[in-house]
Design a protein around this ligand. Structure first.
Ligand SMILES: [Ca+2]
Ligand SMILES: [Ca+2]
Length: 162
């Protein structure tokens, strides 16, 4: 908790060798430069997104195959990720505003994903091939969600973009 309260201070003084740089708040799991937390409550995609904001985090945005693999091992139940095509059907964007194709070059959808349709929010399916375990669902479905926050100064600024 000490680190959390000093996070803004750390961003302000990027040259400051912060003890927070490689640690996560209690209960969060560290992977590379980010911290992850699996919600204990369930709710709609929108509920999850709002909950992330109140915790100074965001719904997880997946940057790499390594992060995808880590999250697949981390995720024991079906959980929302920060990916939606609500704004334009068939165009999937991350909650930080980047298109799906920019950050992930490989196919991660399961056969349960329908490219076009009423299902506009993405989640990870637990216990499925780790690189092909995304599915789209109605955003009103009640699932848990994955929160992510970054401790590197550059990525940390993105937390405010949502
Ligand atoms: Ca689906
Ligand atoms: Ca859709």
């Amino acid at each position: 908790m000490y680190c959390k309260s000093n996070f803004v201070f750390y961003l302000t003084l990027s040259s400051f060798s912060s003890r927070c740089k490689t640690t996560c708040p209690d209960g969060w799991i560290k992977f590379r430069w980010s911290c992850y937390f699996h919600s204990t409550e369930s709710g709609s995609w929108t509920t999850g997104r709002a909950n992330c904001r109140t915790r100074g985090a965001h719904l997880v945005v997946i940057h790499s195959a390594e992060e995808q693999t880590f999250l697949s091992e981390f995720t024991m139940v079906e959980s929302w990720i920060g990916l939606t095509d609500r704004d334009k059907e068939g165009t999937w964007n991350w909650v930080d505003g980047t298109p799906l194709t920019v950050k992930l070059a490989f196919t991660t959808w399961t056969p349960r994903h329908s490219p076009l349709g009423e299902e506009d929010c993405a989640h990870i399916i637990a216990g499925v091939n780790s690189l092909k375990n995304w599915n789209d669902l109605s955003c009103d479905t009640s699932l848990r969600w994955i929160l992510r926050k970054s401790h590197s100064p550059g990525k940390g600024k993105k937390e405010t973009l949502e």
